[in-house]
Design a protein around this ligand. Structure first.
Ligand code: C5P
Length: 400
């Protein structure tokens, strides 16, 4: 897998640059070609000699050699790479990457690159937590750059907290996962829905639920990372206003979600219905805010369309349809019933708990197939769960 892989390793000026020497060695030992580019400040922390001895290539830092006038072609370097890894990525380098600055070779290579870029931040805890840094990290993620998040532990300042660069082995595994999975959904069109729906009672009130949309966003991100063309239809969530490297449609009600899903469904190879769609909506949407004049208020509700059911009815023979089920009792029996009645190919079953279900960072699910097979995931972060779901589907329903 690693043979002939070309890695552009950008090192910026932080104390954890010393760890990037081990990282370069891991890449080389695995069989990759590694080209190191240092920012001018990184040379205070690690020497070009060490890195060129390890990688067998000259290490670049300046845009040109002042003695010979030789110009290092950043465009060529950017296009040469299969993957660019910036580790450590300091607050300064992250800010410049986010805003298109270009005052050193590492930055011009970054701007010229067309490959996937990973960045591994490293800085003191308060710098890392600063909203300016966090906003810049989000900007980079919106470009499709992959964050390898900083770790918690002792820092060079003597303080302890989040800001340590991820360990070289961890960064290495991220790149290895990327090479393993980056094309597993290539050529596939994936439609995902997620989040809650809001059903208006009057101009200021609605019926909704606690769904965050996180699982759908992670599934979409992971499908995009694996090469799929992704369309994500999201109910009202904190993600509105953020930019993603794939198509995102924000909707409010179940009807709008259905309409938007129908728009993409006929072209989709895989459809994942992860949304917590409101089952009912108020029969009347009041034009004016309801007054509290009466001691009781009775709202008449009517049934919403079932999006998964609708998509199941019109499913094409080459389409894969995945539903979700959140059950509090008789989970598997109910989920199998849903799978059948909605004509899905698999159901992701989860149950609400302290660490599972809605609005939790982690989840544990069972994947139920039409033939009765049940596969259990571990209790993991929802990001990891998204990877597990695509890994598992790639080995079963999506195996070509
Ligand atoms: O029937 P239940 O709501 O438990 O089924 C859950 C599955 O059905 C989820 O995949 C959810 O997205 C989908 N669903 C839907 N439209 C609804 C209700 C649920 O698509 N109105």
């Amino acid at each position: 897998m690693w043979a002939d892989k070309k890695i552009l390793l950008g090192i910026s000026g932080g104390i954890s640059a010393y760890k990037s020497i081990s990282l370069a060695r891991l890449f080389v030992k695995a069989g990759a070609q590694v080209q190191v580019v240092l920012t001018p400040d990184a040379r205070h922390f690690v020497t070009p000699l060490t890195l060129s001895a390890l990688t067998g290539r000259p290490v670049y830092s300046e845009s040109f050699d002042p003695d010979t006038g030789f110009w290092y072609n950043h465009v060529e370097l950017g296009l040469w790479a299969d993957v660019m890894v910036i580790a450590p990525a300091t607050a300064n380098t992250i800010a410049k990457m986010a805003h298109g600055h270009c005052d050193n070779l590492l930055l011009s290579c970054y701007l010229s690159s067309r490959c996937t870029v990973f960045f591994s931040p490293a800085m003191d805890l308060d710098m890392y937590a600063h909203p300016g840094v966090q906003a810049n990290i989000k900007i980079l993620q919106s470009y499709g750059n992959r964050l390898i998040d900083a770790e918690v532990g002792p820092l060079a300042s003597g303080l302890e907290g989040k800001g340590r660069m991820a360990e070289p082995e961890h960064i290495f595994r991220n790149i290895e996962d990327y090479f393993r999975t980056s094309t597993t959904l290539a050529g596939k069109k994936v439609l995902i829905n997620g989040g809650p729906t809001y059903e208006h009672i009057d101009p200021v009130r609605f019926i909704g639920n606690h769904s965050t949309g996180d699982t759908a966003v992670f599934l979409a991100q992971e499908a995009h990372n694996r090469g799929a063309e992704v369309h994500l239809v999201l109910g009202p969530t904190k993600y509105k206003g953020l930019t993603f490297p794939f198509d995102v449609r924000h909707v409010t009600s179940a009807f709008e979600m259905l309409e938007t899903c129908l728009h993409f469904a006929s072209h989709a190879d895989v459809i994942v219905c992860a949304a917590a769609v409101a089952d009912y909506r108020p029969k009347v949407r009041n034009e004016q805010k309801l007054k509290k004049n009466e001691p009781t208020l009775i709202l008449e509700l009517e049934k919403n369309p079932d999006i998964l059911y609708t998509l199941g009815r019109q499913k094409k023979s080459n389409q894969i349809l995945i539903g979700f089920a959140l059950e509090t009792e008789n989970g598997e029996v109910n989920a199998f019933k849903k799978l059948k009645s909605k004509n899905a190919d698999a159901i992701v079953l989860n149950s609400p708990g302290e660490h599972t279900g809605f609005a939790t960072a982690t989840n544990q699910v069972n994947l139920l197939y039409a033939d009765g097979t049940i596969l259990r995931s571990e209790l993991v972060l929802k990001e990891k769960l998204a990877a597990w779901i695509w890994d598992t589907l790639s080995k079963s329903l999506l195996r070509s």
